[in-house]
Design a protein around this ligand. Structure first.
Ligand code: DC
Length: 239
């Protein structure tokens, strides 16, 4: 049987990493893990429990919740959408964690060393058996520096903001929800997250030296999928 490997897909926010990673996992029969969803779930927990007021994160209290294992994150495959849904303490939170209020708060949560330590440990456990496609910011550098395949995906901030805008527009159910979406606000959020993610002290977003770079600003989904599958086949053939 073909040897199973670990595939780490890192890159900037909203560059289509998850779509590519999910598609690849499906094609090759690997498990897909969206680590951004895990940081988003911790953020939602903090928001729901009064640990993230406008003044800032209540770090001590959040750390106590983390240490006492009050934040359990899991994934369950949804046969209708064909992708895993995120659960926080047994409740499905897949839609809530994608909302703008969570997107606006997640980067400072992801910069906390105790949050990163908890999630990194869980992610390493998920990859023990290999046969996994994991997407995030630090998978090839911190979570699985030994991953056999590392891809660093990027696209211009404007292209990424437009993609996020289109995605949120597509999901908006009412005219009111659509009117609340502003491209400039989304672009600002994308740029701010890039800055925080790349400048934090622990596991900042950076390209691993041995990663293959994919700038997908001018590529279709099909072209990206084909590119990724080709790279996978090349790497597996050498393993
Ligand atoms: O990929 P995403 O937009 O859902 O990620 C949400 C946030 O979590 C983003 O600001 C970066 C952070 N993140 C991280 O720091 N490390 C990861 N492995 C994944 C996401």
């Amino acid at each position: 049987m073909e040897k199973k490997i670990i595939i780490a897909i890192d890159g900037h926010s909203s560059c289509g990493k998850s779509t590519m990673a999910k598609q690849l996992a499906k094609e090759i029969g690997y498990v897909y893990v969206d680590t951004g969803a895990m940081y988003r779930a911790v953020t939602l927990y903090a928001m729901q429990n009064g640990l993230y007021p406008d003044e800032g994160i209540k770090e001590e209290e959040l750390k106590t919740a983390v240490d006492s294992k009050k934040i359990q994150i899991s994934f369950k495959f949804n046969p209708t959408t064909g992708r895993p849904d995120t659960y926080l303490n047994g409740n499905k939170v897949e839609d809530e964690i994608r909302q703008m209020d969570v997107s606006n708060r997640v980067s400072p949560i992801a910069a906390l060393p105790f949050v990163r330590a908890l999630l990194t440990e869980q992610q390493q456990a998920m990859g023990k058996e290999k046969g996994i496609v994991m997407d995030g910011r630090d998978i090839g550098t911190a979570v699985f520096p030994q991953a056999e395949m590392k891809v660093f995906v990027t696209a211009s901030a404007k292209v990424r903001a437009q993609r996020r805008y289109d995605e949120l527009m597509g999901k908006a159910k009412t005219e009111e929800e659509k009117a609340a979406l502003h491209f400039d606000e989304i672009l600002k959020n994308v740029e701010e997250r890039d800055y925080i993610d790349s400048h934090r002290e622990v596991a900042p977003l950076r390209q691993a030296e041995d990663a293959i770079v994919l700038d997908n600003s001018d590529m279709t989904r099909e072209e990206q999928s084909a590119w990724l599958l080709e790279k996978f086949n090349e790497i597996v053939a050498k393993c």
